[in-house]
Design a protein around this ligand. Structure first.
Ligand SMILES: Nc1nc2c(ncn2[C@@H]2O[C@H](COP(=O)(O)OP(=O)(O)OP(=O)(O)O)[C@@H](O)[C@H]2O)c(=O)[nH]1
Ligand SMILES: [Mg+2]
Length: 203
C-alpha cells in the first residue's frame, strides 16, 4: 500500500493547461460544495492543514494537486453547486472541471464525497451516471458519519448501494474525517487505483 504520509502540495491549476504534466496516475475528489472533500483528503494523508478546509462553501476554487508518491496524485476539485459566485465564474469553473474529467488521461478513478445525511442529490447522481457511462471507476465516500448513529450510517450505506445499478464500477463506504473512521479502507482503495498502471505495465 502507498504511504500517504509524505504527500505534498504541488500546484493549483485554474486552467487545463496548468495541470501537472508528469502524472502517471491520479484520483480526483469530487462532490458538492462543503461536502467534506478537503477534509477527507487531510484525513487520508494524515495531515490536518494540507488541503484547505472551510465552514463556508466554495473554499476550494482551483484544481489542487497533491503528490502522494512519485508521479501519483490526489486531486482536490472545487465543489459543485456553489451558488455565491457570479454565474459567469461558476460557468467557467464548471466547464474547466467537465473538461478535466473528460480528457484527463492519468485519471484512474473518481472519489465522490457525499454527506451521509444528504444522499444522492441531483449533482451526485449526474456524476455517478457520467462515470458509469465513461467506464471510470467511482468510489463513494459517505462522510460526516459522526453526525449519525452507527445504525443510521449502516442504513444509509445500504440504501445507497441499493440505488446503484449492478455491475457498475461503483463502490461505497462509511467515513468520518472528524473521527478518522474508514480512513484505512479509503487508503487501500485509493492505493489500488493509483498503482493500477504500474501493475498493467508489469503484467
Ligand atoms: N462533523 C464532521 N464535519 C466535517 C467532516 N468532514 C468535513 N466536515 C466539515 O464540513 C465543512 C466543509 O469541509 P471541507 O472539507 O472544507 O469541504 P469541501 O467539500 O472541501 O468544500 P469546498 O472546498 O468548499 O467545496 C467544514 O466545516 C468541515 O469541518 C466530518 O467527517 N464530520
Ligand atoms: Mg475543499
Amino acid at each position: 500500500m502507498i504511504n500517504f504520509q509524505k504527500t505534498k502540495f504541488i500546484t493549483s491549476a485554474a486552467q487545463l493547461n496548468q495541470l501537472v504534466e508528469d502524472s502517471l496516475a491520479e484520483v480526483a475528489f469530487a462532490g458538492r460544495s462543503n461536502a467534506g472533500k478537503s477534509s477527507a483528503i487531510n484525513a487520508i494523508v494524515g495531515m490536518n492543514g494540507l488541503a484547505k478546509t472551510s465552514k463556508t462553501p466554495g473554499r476550494t476554487q482551483l484544481i489542487n494537486f497533491f503528490e502522494v508518491d512519485k508521479q501519483r496524485y490526489l486531486v482536490d476539485l472545487p465543489g459543485y453547486g456553489y451558488a455565491k459566485v457570479p454565474a459567469a465564474v461558476k460557468a467557467a469553473w464548471q466547464q474547466t472541471l467537465n473538461r478535466y474529467l473528460e480528457v484527463r488521461e492519468p485519471l484512474k478513478a473518481l472519489i465522490l464525497i457525499i454527506d451521509i445525511r444528504h444522499l444522492l442529490k441531483p449533482f451526485d447522481q449526474q456524476m455517478i451516471s457520467w462515470a458509469i457511462a465513461s467506464n471510470l471507476p467511482i468510489h463513494v465516500i459517505l462522510t460526516k458519519a459522526d453526525k449519525l448513529s452507527t445504525n443510521q450510517a449502516k442504513q444509509a450505506l445500504f440504501s445507497f448501494e441499493k440505488q446503484i445499478p449492478s455491475g457498475a464500477l461503483v463502490t461505497a463506504q462509511i467515513f468520518s474525517a472528524l473521527k478518522k473512521q474508514g480512513v484505512d479502507e479509503a487508503r487501500k482503495i485509493i492505493s489500488a487505483f493509483l498503482c493500477q498502471n504500474l501493475d498493467d505495465k508489469t503484467e
